[in-house]
Design a protein around this ligand. Sequence first.
Ligand SMILES: [Zn+2]
Length: 342
Amino acid sequence: MQRYLTHPTKRPGSPVNREPRFSLPSRALLNLFSPGGARSRLSILIYHRVLPQSDPLFPAECDAQRFDAEMGWLKACFSVIPLSDAVRGLRKGKLPPRAACVTFDDGYADNAEVALPILQKYGIPVTVFVAANFLDGGRMWNDTVIELIRGAPGDSLDLAGIDFGKFEIGTIPQRRHAISRLLNKLKYLSMESRQAMVDAMSAIIPVVPSRALMMTSGQVRTLHNAGMEIGGHTVNHPILARMEKDAAYAEIGNGKEILEGIIRAPVRLFAYPNGKPGRDYLADHVEMVKNLGFDAAVSTAGGAATTGSDLYQLPRFTPWDRGQVRFTLRMVQNMLRTVERV
Ligand SMILES: [Zn+2]
């Protein structure tokens, strides 16, 4: 039923109308909180992956069917605009009513393979923040851990030899729990120690993870040529707050340069890796992003942006509810949140 309401065009013989039945009351509600102009609120959504089908190991991860529904709701109730236009709008106090932007982080191949056709169907522009070093066969450390545990043979896994202890992995929930524990142990180690631990795990677990999780350079160009914005997300996706200043500056600047070489166009938007103000990035990094010539940057602090927002720390969030009414209410709730910054 939800699907039917979202996609009335799929009903044989019905007139062409992409707008779900709830769009008018939803728009009226949203207009109260985001009326356009100087009093408007900008909602910036953040996505990572859009899987072709639901993943039994991570059923909450966004898949094609859910993404299609969410883009339908968004298109029906919001003015979805490119992030660079929204930044100009914030600067001039001239946002459209119910302004929203869609962004992706990291540079997963499914953004080009699965999300792009859905975005084109609805005419939704997005910004894709790409960590440059993982293009063309690379893989982020967290995905290596996930794929190792997903494919590990047997019902238990002994990582005591590298001080990680033993894990029961006989069932899907046990594997999910093992992944979560390992990711938490590794997340805030230095890049070098983390890679050493992941390499040690790879040597113990007889699994060869896929090299096709992230985009190729060609896919980055495909997105760019389709009118999607490409944004910087560093080279190696480090936690900037845990690095020396020079190394952080190089991560941000080199990531921009690599992407500009691929798309042969300026990269003007940036997303801080992990993105929590004061924990993952600090005031120094905001200055670096300004000095490197970016026009704006996004964090992962929740809330909506307004004309008074810091353009170099724009908030983003992910509505997680299933169903259009709950999705819209979550967007409203997010608009009323106070925005954190460093
Ligand atoms: Zn990221």
